[in-house]
Design a binder for this molecule. Sequence first.
Ligand code: ZN
Length: 282
Amino acid sequence: VLRDLIGYSRAMYANWIWHRRLQLVVDAGEGLQLALGSHVFGPSWVAITHGHSDHVLGLPGLIAARRFGKGATDKPLTVLHPEGSRGVQGARDFLAGVYPGVAFPVTWMPVAPGASVPIGGGRMRLEAFLVRHTSELALGYRVVESRRRLKREYASRPQAEVEALARSGRRDDMMEPYDHVVFAHSGDAMPVDVHLVKSADLLVHDATFLHEADRREPIHATTGEALQVAAQAGVRALVINHLSIRYDRATALPTLRAQVAGSGFAGECWLLDEDRFVALRS
Ligand SMILES: [Zn+2]
């Protein structure tokens, strides 16, 4: 899972994650273009979850680096963002003000919950879904791949019989299409709907609080809630994101590892802490 990922998470400072295989960046906190370095031309998609500064201040830097840096300076980039986002509008205004007359190869795509765009040459779709954060519109995103599988009534039959049926020309009606969630990201949010992230290969989930008692307003999930979503959805890997800097890591990590061990979540589990993916299972 980590092979595909570069990320940074420091709540209130900067948050973003890059999924190399999907050519997708979720959020654009400061430092994004610096960390991507020679990979700065990799992303084709940026999906902004909400307009708070720790999620959008890296947009001007990324877009300017792609326009004026050395590389594929005309490669198209599409930025999905919640419609009406003032933070994203501020980044656009900044670019227009500093570089008047410069055309950037960027498509700004305001999206509402339920929006879906084809990616990966049309094999997959990038979908936006509503999450609960502050009063401003906030989105989570998921990447869904259309796959085919053997229908249930055939799955229990002996393999030799299934193969014989397939060879006899029935292959097409023996198969059914289904949606597989390759990647999902909660943005900053309370726990997401489990059915949206069912069996996902990778879930990145907000977990700002180690303890529910530390949460004053219902705008961020706890580590326990993120683990519960991951367990109930049966995701293969969970990346815990956006952990508050109020927690001293030397004491927070043992607490978090104990939560993971007792959570009933059996998949891979990591904490994205600044630029490090910290293993949460010993
Ligand atoms: Zn944030």
